[in-house]
Design a binder for this molecule. Sequence first.
Ligand SMILES: [Zn+2]
Length: 370
Amino acid sequence: MKQLNRTQNEQNLVHSAIAQIRKQYQNAESEEVPQDLLENKYYKEYEPLDKLELLADQHIKYCTKRLLNIGYSILYLDVGQPWCIYWPLNALSILQEDVSKYEEKILQYLQQCKIGGFGGGPYQFEHLAPTYSSLLTLFILGSPASLGLIDRKGLENFFWSIQDPREKGSYLMHINGEADMRAVYIVVIMVSINICKYISPKLLDGCAEYIASCQTYEGGIGAVRYSEAHGGYAYCGYAALVCMGKAHYIDQEKLLNWLVSRQMENEGGFNGRTNKVVDSCYSFWQGAIFNLLMLSGYVNEQLMDVQELKTYIQMCQNPAGGIFDKPSKNPDTYHTCYGLSGYSLSDSNFQNPIYNVPNKCIDFVQKFFQ
Ligand SMILES: [Zn+2]
């Protein structure tokens, strides 16, 4: 990604504007940040927006530091340690950094989290969320050694063990755990990439029907049946359907209507639910659905306002690197990963919208497991 040219003065102006707003709202609860914040402060006072740029070099420094010092992130996310690797690694990969230099250290670490699926850290139980982030990490590293770490039979056993006993086509996040659309998505996309060597197609029986039953009256998809339409779950449900070639199981016109209403006029970014504030991570969770709609063939062009979205993501950049969910917040690797993922997907084919790793990695994984 190329950076735009601008003078040092212009750069300072934008950065001091961001710093001022962050300072002003640093004590505010996230839901209390005024909706018109960006409109009033940025759009009217802090021009020129067209001079904003992606701070790629700073994000590379920010993510490299956190990837090399995983222990710091783990202090706050002990049960999601593989996420602390995937987020900065995926961000670096999107910025086209060579990530192979981290491979040895990461493989050593994930080996300690492996059971059949992966636990949230060494000596933890198998759980689908860290299994997903561990597998994506291994895909991004994209080498025979990284893919060789996957216990294909063990994963298959894990997937069979978390079928939801109450609902055909639904899965639990872990044995005796909660069931929601994340679990359906993870099982579907991992089974579909042939990781599970001996898998019976019966494992995915009823998934498409179950996902369709979770589409709400608004058009989005909820975590479970009868719950509110939400960007993250809508992404998971629709990505799973597209992956299975069953996108038509839901009302796609209704999904599209809901989706286009999630990009907010003033800020340019997406919210996750009706009447909620904009957050940069939905640049991916909502934004990628537009790519999936193209992938399924339902629409044939990008229907979001790409420039507005990019401007919002650029406004959510910390001058020293890292992306936050909205001005007033601190940057973190989660929002850096999903902000950059949405940025990349909005106008390029670099990332795979179903797996959120580079397309070239998915090609390699498919060949490796054939
Ligand atoms: Zn967020």
